[in-house]
Design a protein. Structure first.
Length: 335
């Protein structure tokens, strides 16, 4: 009965997450630069294509945070119900990149100097850009910039609902999502072994162990009959593609606090096989997070000027986009 009890506890913990209107996920890469260099060397990169030391240092300390807020419980929400989305990549030295979608605007900022060090290709100074670069100087300086999603649709040729613009991003309908979840649960029930361990202050741990290759092979086997329901271009790997995947057993430790899922720790070191690794894991933390809001002072990217001028693209219909130039926003109320 222990396996059934542990599985049900985990199932209910995931259901509780779906009842929330706002949820934040923080993914922490639990590894070090030496391990990343060893894994890169095992992949036999071409001369000059090895991972730079700076990139290994940044990735080993990187965290990715995703926060989503909806008008409805997340399990019942569609794209139109979302009121704010935020994605941030950070390191111990500061934020590397951040992206937010609030209302009809997309906001973004990037530490271009850090990106240049990570890629091994220094980024040019903002002072080196031509005058027509406009707001691109703010991009290179790591400042917040924003652009209108409506203007982006117009720049693409008009409103997609009128048949002249870009099509909406393909998404899964509710029925297909239910089929996917059913397939996932069936594979988990067959291949994953659960155990529970109590803790203090309402904390409980549920561990799930499964052989990696067997798990992913069985999972994709269950998903292939659903391929026709998936968005176009989404191809699933074949059994042949997965035959060389390591089949070492991987264990995930789920931390439940008063029945709610708060953290997941996965040890991936065994998947490295012959590579010399000190530690290789992932930690996923769940919380309510902070409400995504529009950052004040974002510089507006005028897409017409960007296409017509700096990028040298074909003229954009002036009737579709305001080409009055770039302007600077000042602190404004939250959306």
């Amino acid at each position: 009965m222990e396996q059934l009890s542990a599985g049900k506890k985990l199932d209910r913990a995931f259901e509780e997450l779906g009842k929330k209107n706002r949820l934040s996920f923080e993914l922490d890469v639990d590894t070090d630069a030496a391990t990343l260099k060893a894994l890169d060397a095992k992949s036999d990169p071409a001369p000059g294509e090895e991972i730079p030391d700076e990139a290994a240092d940044l990735i080993s300390g990187a965290k990715i945070t995703v926060t989503v807020e909806s008008k409805k419980p997340l399990a019942e929400s569609g794209e139109k119900d979302l009121v704010g989305t935020a994605v941030k990549v950070s390191t111990p030295d500061g934020d590397l990149a951040e992206y937010r979608v609030i209302g009809d605007y997309v906001y973004a900022r990037v530490d271009m100097d850090a990106m240049g060090r990570m890629s091994g290709s220094p980024v040019p100074s903002a002072d080196d850009l031509p005058p027509e670069a406009g707001a691109f100087k703010a991009v290179l300086e790591g400042k917040w910039v924003k652009f209108s999603t409506k203007e982006m649709d117009k720049a693409g040729g008009g409103d997609h609902e009128a048949g002249g613009g870009p099509a909406p991003v393909p998404s899964l309908d509710a029925k297909t999502q239910q089929k996917l979840m059913k397939a996932l649960r069936e594979v988990v029930a067959r291949e994953v072994r659960f155990k529970t361990a109590g803790g203090g202050d309402g904390t409980e741990h549920v561990t799930a162990t499964a052989p990696f290759r067997t798990l992913v092979t069985e999972l994709f086997g269950e998903l292939r009959p659903l391929t026709k329901d998936l968005p176009p271009g989404m191809e699933l790997p074949t059994d042949k593609d997965l035959k060389d995947a390591p089949n070492a057993k991987v264990t995930a430790d789920f931390t439940l606090k008063n029945g709610e899922l708060s953290q997941v720790d996965v040890d991936l070191a065994k998947l490295a096989e012959t590579a010399k690794v000190k530690k290789l894991g992932l930690t996923l933390r769940m919380s309510e997070g902070t409400r995504p809001t529009a950052p004040a002072g974002a510089t507006k990217l005028d897409l017409a000027d960007l296409v017509n001028g700096f990028l040298g693209g074909p003229p954009v219909d002036g009737s579709d986009i305001d080409t009055s130039g770039l302007d600077q926003d000042f602190p404004e109320d939250e959306f």
